[in-house]
Ligand binder design. Structure first.
Ligand SMILES: C[S@@+](CC[C@H](N)C(=O)[O-])C[C@H]1O[C@@H](n2cnc3c(N)ncnc32)[C@H](O)[C@@H]1O
Length: 453
């Protein structure tokens, strides 16, 4: 489906806006929120409801120049193992601060590259999870893989430990793009990795791709997508390259190569979108795709899709509890983050409590605004009258936002009918720009985020 978006309109929307993986966003975190707050929130989490766990492993075997994730190169096995021991300690403490033993419906290992944990360490971490939590028999247990560094012991280990899903970093298959990114990874290597995990009963394979990378052209992007479709991943995450060198100095290495401009980025995105839809993928929100059999497609059709720090997710647990350096926890009352630096995280774990460094409290209006933003980004539809009534908040909070949406209506990005907002297919790539109108913090003080499109 071709989206008719003129270049001058693109120029108006190319600004930097949040990805809305939470609300308030990370920009609002401050050190006034501490472990003492988190401790209280944990103690009042609704009983009988499962929790979801996120475990962060910030190590890679080598760094990719484009990467905007919290990661570092650590080769020493003893350091990787001792980090795993601290993850176990933190899991034990977390269980202690919860008022009762909890069941777990989702577990995700992210990074960095979580398979850098030695096999015995990964076993220890998963055994610790199972010792202190009741992992549901149908739990969704996933991990991020880098095909260049998956040891032969890992695929059977994933099966043994009950993993159900993997996410594989590919980004792009073109040799020139890969050279600029400092990540050489052949299609054959990725195909081999997929075959290995599928042999081990992994139900869903996700591939991460990026457009807007140095040296990418419409032609190379088309070739990459055609090749990736042959691999038949169940899901795909298609990110626009986030160039944030003020946060990640390594990205300056990419500036010697040609970075596609906004128009080129948008056209690359369009090509990916058209080819994936034609190959039978269902589009999920603004940056995910899934085959119809995948749980993400089904959740999207049923209005059960969610967003969290991993992007679009089918995780519906009311609390996401983060473990490890830089990990973020989200509970109804607020959001907290652990120390991002491994050294500070380890030091904090030498004290009592949990290694929280900052966070943000959420009031009733924040929760309402999050529901609006999340539903808009997941369902492309909201009924403001219905949602405000559910939250017992006045509709008048959103009159200014509705006025702003009228501007988007002129661009055919939304259709307004009373207090109902429907995002059109033309508007889909601009969901982040549309969501901004509901973000009071952003409007008060726009901050530095990655480019919206
Ligand atoms: C946390 S990384 C870890 C994945 C894994 N270590 C690997 O690369 O094989 C997860 C994903 O974030 C995405 N990502 C990382 N840096 C990015 C950037 N600057 N812009 C857009 N996406 C990025 C990539 O698609 C990557 O696969």
């Amino acid at each position: 489906m071709k989206q008719a978006v003129s270049f001058d309109r693109l120029a108006r929307y190319e600004g930097n806006v949040p990805r809305y993986t939470s609300y308030p966003t990370a920009v609002q975190f401050s050190d006034t929120v501490t472990f003492e707050d988190y401790k209280q929130w944990l103690q009042v989490l609704p009983r009988g409801e499962p929790v979801s766990l996120y475990l962060h492993v910030p190590f890679c075997d080598e760094l990719c120049n484009f990467c905007a994730c919290n990661t570092q190169v650590v080769h020493k096995e003893s350091l990787r193992a001792s980090y795993g021991d601290i993850l176990c300690q933190e899991l034990k403490r977390l269980a202690f601060y919860l008022d009762s033993r909890r069941s777990v419906s989702f577990i995700h290992f992210g990074g960095g590259t979580p398979t850098t944990l030695p096999v015995q360490t990964m076993k220890k971490v998963m055994n610790t999870v199972r010792e202190f939590f009741d992992v549901q028999s149908d739990a969704d247990i996933s991990i991020e893989l880098d095909p260049r560094n998956v040891s032969k012991e890992y695929p059977p280990l994933l099966d043994e430990l009950g993993f159900t899903r993997v996410s594989i970093g590919v980004q792009d298959l073109d040799p020139q793009v890969q050279r600029a990114c400092g990540r050489i990874q052949s299609k054959e290597l990725t195909a081999h990795c997929i075959a290995l995990v599928r042999d081990q009963h992994i139900q869903s394979v996700n591939i991460d791709l990026i457009y807007g990378l140095p040296n990418q052209t419409k032609h190379t992007v088309r070739e990459t997508i055609q090749s990736v479709i042959e691999l038949q991943p169940d899901r795909l995450a298609v990110f626009g390259y986030a160039h944030v060198p003020w946060k990640f100095k390594r990205q300056t290495l990419l500036e010697g190569d040609i970075l596609p401009d906004t128009v080129e980025r948008f056209q690359q995105r369009q090509i990916i979108d058209e080819l994936l839809r034609a190959a039978g993928y269902q589009v999920i929100g603004f940056d995910h795709y899934a085959l119809p059999h995948d749980t993400m497609s089904k959740a999207a059709q049923q209005g059960l899709l969610h967003r969290n720090f991993q992007g679009y997710t089918v995780d519906d647990a009311p609390a996401l509890l983060g473990v490890g350096a830089s990990s973020i926890s989200i509970v109804p009352q607020g959001i907290v983050q652990n120390h991002p630096s491994v050294a500070m995280y380890q030091k904090a774990m030498q004290q009592d409590g949990l290694p929280v460094v900052r966070g943000v409290k959420r009031n009733a209006e924040d929760l309402l605004r999050w529901t609006i933003i999340e539903r808009l980004m997941c369902d492309l539809y909201i009924d403001l009258e219905k949602i405000t009534a559910q939250y017992h908040q006045p509709l008048s909070l959103f009159m200014e936002a509705l006025d702003k949406l009228k501007e988007f209506e002129k661009d055919d990005f939304v259709e307004l009918s009373g207090y109902k907002v429907k995002v059109t297919e033309t508007g889909r790539p601009f969901l982040r720009n549309i969501a901004v109108v509901f973000d009071t913090y952003y409007r008060a003080a726009p901050q530095r985020h990655a480019q919206a499109i």
